[in-house]
Every structure is written in structure tokens, then in C-alpha cells.
Write a protein of this length. Structure first.
Length: 463
């Protein structure tokens, strides 16, 4: 019942303390549903802020159980080589995070895959959900994200519609399964449902690697994205200057693209593109798809294709105007789906609700799952209906209005829910100049506050 207040609150609350803002909102006669019509919000029996916090305090996504605290030790022994190490028990206990969040995350992933068929292009990226609790073991710092501190989510999205298909929380190493320790194993687990579909996956340099591209060739998936210099440099060891020999300095004013194609019977085909842009660091792309590279010849005059090429070892200077390679345009377009999703989440979110309790951080991932569900529902209705709602705010208001439709009270009913939430000065005592005559009783007709001495179920002015 508090959804309508929560989705609007982030914009209107500002720096006001949440509990004070919540009470002022309930006591006011402002209609939160004025944008969409229908019944006014001040006729809804909302729960009080204290009751709302009591419900949140005892709401948990899963069972709260404790397990021994463990530390990870690296090892190159043959028994531990597949995982890279083993765990050692320490003194103390910690919450079992897998048992706590696994049910909610699994249900979300199953529901998303059952109601939506992805297109041939998907994007793998990260989203940071804000959480600053000092007791949160999931909290991470990422300076490149907008919130900087919070819970990190790995997300798989449809590149065309921005629909979130699959999510996974980045757990500490103690609660991460062995096959997910390495980023390569995490990506293969995310893409397990798309084996043999020859879908095109776009990912950044956090996920992309040479060995991962080789394995995606074997399971029938195309991939393209940026790659870190340290990961790809060892494959250029046969060159006298290594990978640096193909990277131009920043001060050189040119738009030069270098491409190298490797075709192996075991690893399959892989293309490395180095894009040197003036005034910026060089960008390295790694892909096993020919479509994103395109085809061209030295005599080609097609404006969209002459800046790209396929096969062999080539170096080509691009014109100074509209000089981005074809692969760069595709990468920016498909990675934008995650940015759009994150912008919607920051515009209207219920994750900002402050909860001062030692276990309040447990509810933050649950609220994030609810945000993902709301946003996915919005994308589905917008894609399935020609005249679908284009405003996410209006969609949430209609959703909230539908949820509180059974909680609307009669307009002549006394303000027993909103008016009794605080004590007001009696109207008669205020005229007489008496002090400390605050009361929770209100007149059933004019709704003015009246103490017991000046009322008998109805104030003296309405007799």
C-alpha cells in the first residue's frame, strides 16, 4: 500500500528525513494520483510509518542461518589446481548468504526467462545497487558507478528492449561456487541457456578474454567487446615490440585501425581490432563474429563498410569525420541497453528507504529485485501493446493505484488512519488560549481537532 508514496518520494523528499516526510505526506490533502485520474490518494487507508518499519524489520528473503567463517588460500597443488585453492575455517560465524538470497534470485531468473523470448543480441554488464550499511558483507566500492558504494549485480539483458533476463549477486569468495570463481566461469554460467543459439553477446573488458572467446566458439555463440591490454598482449609475443608496436601514441592525429584474424581448427576464428583515436587511449576489441567487422576491399566506396574489413592483417587510416569503426558503433549501441536500465532504476526506485537496524542490509537486495520486476513489467507492456504506456512514472502510479483499490475508504469516513497519526491543538482551546491541549480526536463533520472537554462525538460548532 505504500508503493505510491515510495515511487514518488525520491524526487520530492530531498534532504528531509524519511519518517518526517512520510508523515507529512499522509497528513496532507495532496492527490498523488492527479496525473492519472481515478480516486484520490488521500482517500486510501495507508499504514503508518511506524507500522511500515515494523513490517520491513521482520521481512527477510530467506532463512537466517549462520555458517563458519572461512578464508581462501591459494594453492597450485594438483588436488586444488582446478579451483586455484581451498578454504580454511576461522573463528566466528557469518550469515549463509546463499541460503538467504538464492530463492529470490532464482525465482526472478525463472520468471524472466518464462515470460520473455530474447532477440538475437544480448548484453552482459554490471549494476551497482546503493547500500552503505557498515555491516553489509556484500558492499563494494566502484568509482566508475554512479552510487559508488553498494551491492554489485551481474546482469544479462536483451540489447534491443533492455529487458533484464538474468541477474546474479556478486558474493564474497566464501559464498561463491567453485566454477564461478573466475570471470570466465561466470560468463559461461550466464550463457548456459543460449548454447547453440548463435546469439550475439556484447560485453566489456571485465568479462571478455581470449580463452573465453575460444570456448564460446565451441558452444555456438558469437561475442564481441573490448578487451584489456594485459590479457591480449601475450598473443603478440612473436612481434619484436609486442602489442605496443601496434598502438599509436595519443599525440598522433590520426584515426587508424589495425585488425588481426586468427583462425585455428581448435580455438576457431578470432578477430582482434585495435582502434587508435587521437587524444584518447587506444581501444582493443575482440570478437569471433564476422558481421560486426563487416567486409570491404581496397576499392570499396560504400560509406558504411569501407571503414571496416574482414580477414588477414591490415592497417587502415580512417577519415577524420565520422571516423569510428563499424564495430565501435555496434558496441556502443548494444551496451547502451544496460545504461538505459540503470537510468530508469535511479529515476524511480524503492531502494532508497532508510532502515536503521543491524540486519536492515538484508532487505536491500530484495528491494532491488522488486525494482527489476517493476521495470521488466514496464518493458513488456510497452513492447506488447502498440499504445502501451511510455512513461515509467505513469506506469508505476497506475500500478500503485491498482494495488490500493481495495483500501479506499468512504469520503465521509472519519480520518481515523491519517488524522490519528499525530496530535493537533484543539480548535476551541486554541481560541480560549489554553496550552497543551493537543488531541487525536477529530470532528466527524469538519475534521477539525477537538479535545474531550469540547466534544461529544461532534464538536460544538457543528451541533
Amino acid at each position: 500500500m505504500v508503493l505510491a508514496i515510495l515511487i514518488i518520494g525520491k524526487q520530492e523528499k530531498g534532504t528531509m528525513e524519511f519518517r518526517m516526510w512520510y508523515k507529512n505526506r499522509l497528513l496532507s490533502r495532496i492527490n498523488m494520483f492527479s496525473e492519472i485520474g481515478g480516486f484520490p490518494s488521500y482517500n486510501v487507508n495507508f499504514i503508518s510509518c511506524t507500522r511500515f518499519y515494523q513490517i520491513l524489520r521482520f521481512l527477510s528473503p530467506g532463512a537466517i542461518q549462520y555458517v563458519p567463517r572461512q578464508a581462501w588460500k591459494k594453492s597450485s597443488a594438483s588436488n586444488y589446481q582446478p579451483f586455484g585453492g581451498y578454504f580454511v575455517n576461522l573463528n566466528g560465524r557469518v550469515l549463509d548468504l546463499n541460503l538467504l538470497f538464492d530463492r529470490y534470485v532464482t525465482d526472478f531468473n525463472n520468471n524472466s526467462r518464462s515470460v520473455y523470448n530474447c532477440s538475437g543480441t544480448i548484453t552482459l554488464d554490471e549494476i551497482l545497487s546503493k547500500s552503505k550499511s557498515r555491516k553489509n558483507p556484500l558492499k563494494q566500492y566502484n568509482a566508475s558507478k554512479r552510487d559508488r558504494i553498494g551491492v554489485l549485480w551481474h546482469t544479462l539483458m536483451d540489447a534491443n528492449s533492455s529487458f533484464c533476463v538474468k541477474v546474479r549477486i556478486k558474493f564474497p569468495k566464501q559464498f561463491t561456487q567453485h566454477h564461478l570463481f573466475k570471470t570466465e566461469g561466470l560468463v559461461l554460467d550466464f550463457l548456459d541457456d543460449f548454447r547453440g543459439s548463435y546469439a550475439r553477446v556484447c560485453q566489456d573488458n571485465f568479462f571478455n578474454s581470449y580463452s573465453l572467446t575460444s570456448k564460446l566458439n565451441q558452444i555456438g555463440l558469437y561475442v564481441h567487446g573490448t578487451c584489456r591490454k594485459q590479457i591480449i598482449s601475450r598473443h603478440f609475443a612473436d612481434h619484436p615490440d609486442g602489442l605496443n608496436g601496434f598502438i599509436d601514441a595519443k599525440h598522433k592525429q590520426n584515426h587508424r585501425v589495425r585488425c588481426f584474424t586468427h583462425d585455428d581448427e581448435v580455438d576457431g576464428q578470432m578477430n582482434v581490432m585495435i582502434y587508435n583515436s587521437p587524444g584518447r587511449n587506444s581501444v582493443i576489441f575482440l570478437t569471433n563474429s564476422n558481421d560486426v567487422l563487416g567486409r570491404s576491399t581496397e576499392t570499396s566506396t560504400d560509406e558504411d563498410n569501407y571503414r571496416t574489413y574482414f580477414g588477414g592483417n591490415y592497417t587502415r587510416d580512417l577519415p577524420t569525420i565520422n571516423s569510428r569503426p563499424h564495430l565501435t558503433k555496434i558496441y556502443n549501441s548494444e551496451m547502451n541497453s544496460c545504461d538505459v536500465y540503470d537510468q530508469y532504476l535511479h529515476a524511480h526506485s524503492i531502494r532508497y528507504v532508510p532502515m536503521k537496524h543491524k540486519l536492515s542490509w538484508i532487505l536491500k537486495p530484495t528491494l532491488s529485485i522488486l525494482d527489476y520486476e517493476f521495470l521488466n513489467s514496464f518493458f513488456i507492456q510497452r513492447e506488447s501493446n502498440e499504445n502501451g504506456q511510455s512513461s515509467y512514472r505513469t506506469f508505476l502510479l497506475k500500478l500503485a493505484q491498482g494495488l490500493v483499490a481495495d483500501c479506499v475508504r468512504d469520503e465521509n469516513e472519519a480520518l481515523d488512519g491519517q488524522g490519528n497519526s499525530s496530535r493537533n491543538m484543539c480548535a476551541e482551546c486554541k481560541v480560549l488560549g489554553k496550552r497543551d491541549s493537543r488531541t487525536r480526536i477529530h470532528c466527524i463533520k469538519c475534521k477539525s481537532p477537538c479535545c474531550k472537554a469540547h466534544s461529544d462525538n461532534i464538536c460544538k460548532q457543528c451541533v
